[in-house]
Unconditional design. Structure first.
Length: 565
């Protein structure tokens, strides 16, 4: 890619890559990496980073490493690593033979630390963690040098070797870079490079009791793997001078180019690991894969598709400007993706019984229904129409407004794919609640017949005897304000939880064909897109999750709330 016209329309990161390729040596490859810490589940913000790093790898023909930043054994677990790999694969990306871990390079990190000590660029500090924080200074005041800063090279080597041997307790000593305690960038005020952690590591066991800090391990790992473009979110921008300092002091020939971009902030949710863990630990959600969670596992269980999430990441783009993305943008990507592929079925979520009084006895008549109105190649299916059916309770009103075109006393509607019916009588229980409608059907008006008599309303239905029961979970936004974790009033983010984020319907009825439904989503006609719950469904127990509604009912409110914010 050497023609300047080829960068037209590219985001700023890809423009930088194209510019680099013009002057790079022949045969040079763009090398990227996705470096998650295996201490939790990935969320929608990570999806953006995955799509960016692996997407650039695909576009420019270079490798992308999946590298686990496993430098803190107190918080990490192999189960998290396995979940991360599943998420990356599910999104449609593959790292091939390029699965690495920071722990692969522990000896390299140690050797680099020794090199810094030998050149007088690092020292062992005996200040306590609290004292180090106190000496660090503030944004407006410079820090103070540690009284141990001028230890000799020999003493530092002896102490660092003793740290590695396990002679000291956690927090008793640490290795710090010797840079500038008066720097306006706090990250350059003699940052910690190594700390003592006497904890068993999930990969290296008890081989090490000292572990490198992320800001030390990260640039070295990039250099060792030949990463050319280290893509990070904006919160790491102030760390870049430290990364560059580490690489310069160690004189690596491979020098990663760090480029920062804005993180993905999605309205009506939180992506802080601590806050997500709070939701799980306090039982506010059912787990990390709760379909209301912004985790990739939660979105997968909810029924979002990899293609929809990739499309969403493409739509929000890559910028340096921090902003908040409307939830409707993500949901529209899901609707557009499912709208093309999801077969249509009929389900009644809040059933009201209808008896067709002039229907012949136990007759079962099969009517033909389209699996997708715009895709004849998806074929048809046969639905049983019987004397007793169920319709949505909201499709009947005893005293309807003027423009209500569904069932009313004496009114007519067409059953989808079936006949025109008329409501003749209402049956109520002792409390006055409507429990059944007695209707008659016009046998000359079967859908597709030559009878041209028309009515304004068409409603969906299922057979009362041939349908099957199901539990339906209606998921919605987890919070009722766009920025639950940025409340100027000082409220805890949990105070903004949406009480209607989950509605469970236990009396729904669905087509019997759905007993064999797989993991793919379907559209319940007139209702929304749904998918079988991957965890709670079982033989004899159908559980459906609402993936997304047919229309964005929050759009107006969301626009108002974001505008006000």
């Amino acid at each position: 890619m050497t023609d300047s016209t080829e960068s037209t329309g590219l985001d700023f990161i890809r423009q930088r890559i194209v510019s680099w390729l013009r002057t790079a040596p022949d045969g040079a490859q763009v090398v990227t990496r996705f470096p998650p810490e295996p201490n939790g589940f990935l969320h929608v913000g990570h999806a953006k980073a995955i799509c960016l790093n692996f997407g650039i790898s695909e576009e420019y023909g270079g490798p992308c490493f999946l590298r686990f930043d496993d430098t803190n054994p107190l918080k990490e677990d192999q189960a998290y690593a396995d979940a991360i790999m599943e998420d990356v694969r599910w999104l449609g990306f593959d790292w091939g033979e390029r699965l690495t871990h920071a722990s692969d390079y522990y000896q390299d990190f140690y050797d680099c630390a020794l090199q810094l000590i030998h050149t007088g660029k690092a020292y062992v500090d005996s200040l306590s963690p609290d004292e180090i924080r106190e000496f660090r200074g503030t944004l407006t005041e410079p820090g103070k040098e540690s009284p141990y800063r001028e230890r000799s090279v020999e003493e530092n080597l002896d102490l660092f070797t003793a740290m590695k041997r396990g002679d000291f307790a956690d927090g008793e000593l640490c290795l710090r870079a010797k840079i500038d305690m008066a720097s306006p960038n706090i990250n350059l005020r003699d940052p910690i490079l190594y700390r003592i952690r006497k904890a068993t590591h999930q990969r290296t066991g008890d081989e090490w009791c000292i572990y490198p800090m992320y800001d030390f391990a990260h640039p070295i790992s990039d250099a060792l793997e030949g990463v050319t473009h280290s893509l990070c979110t904006l919160e790491f921008e102030d760390h870049r001078p430290l990364y560059d300092w580490v690489i310069e002091q160690l004189d690596f020939t491979s020098r990663p180019r760090q480029i920062e971009f804005s993180r993905l902030n999605l309205a009506y949710t939180v992506t802080s690991k601590r806050k997500l863990a709070t939701l799980v630990d306090e039982g506010i959600v059912s787990g990390w894969d709760d379909p209301r969670m912004p985790t990739i596992a939660g979105m997968r269980r909810r029924g979002y598709t990899p293609g929809a999430i990739r499309d969403f990441c493409r739509r929000v783009g890559i910028t340096k400007k921090e902003n908040i993305i409307q939830m409707g943008v993500l949901e529209n990507s899901v609707r557009e993706d499912l709208g093309e592929v999801a077969p249509r079925v009929m389900a009644v979520l809040d059933p009201l019984k209808v008896t067709l009084t002039n229907w012949p006895g136990d007759k079962v008549e099969m009517v033909t229904a389209q699996n997708h109105p715009a895709k004849p190649e998806m074929g048809d299916r046969e639905l049983p129409l019987t004397r007793e059916i169920y319709v949505e309770r909201s499709d009947f009103m005893e005293e309807p407004p003027r423009k209500f075109f569904r069932l009313r006393p004496g009114g007519e509607v067409r059953l989808r794919y079936g006949y025109i019916i008329r409501c003749d009588e209402i049956v109520k229980d002792e409390s006055g609640n409507v429990i059944e409608l007695l209707c008659s059907f016009d046998p000359e008006t079967r859908s597709g017949s030559d009878n041209q008599r028309k009515v304004k309303g068409t409603i969906h239905w299922v057979s009362a005897t041939e349908s099957v029961p199901a539990e339906v979970r209606l998921y919605d936004r987890l919070f009722n304000v766009p920025r639950p974790d940025a409340d100027s009033s000082g409220k805890d983010f949990r105070e903004h939880l949406n009480p209607d984020s989950l509605t469970v319907l236990t009396g729904a009825r669905v087509e019997s064909s759905l007993t064999d439904a797989g993991p793919a989503a379907v559209q319940f006609e007139r209702t929304g897109y749904f998918v079988i719950d991957s965890k709670d469904s079982a033989p004899g127990k159908l559980v459906f999750n609402r993936v997304v509604t047919l229309r964005d009912s929050w759009a107006k409110l969301e626009k108002q709330q974001l505008g006000a914010g």
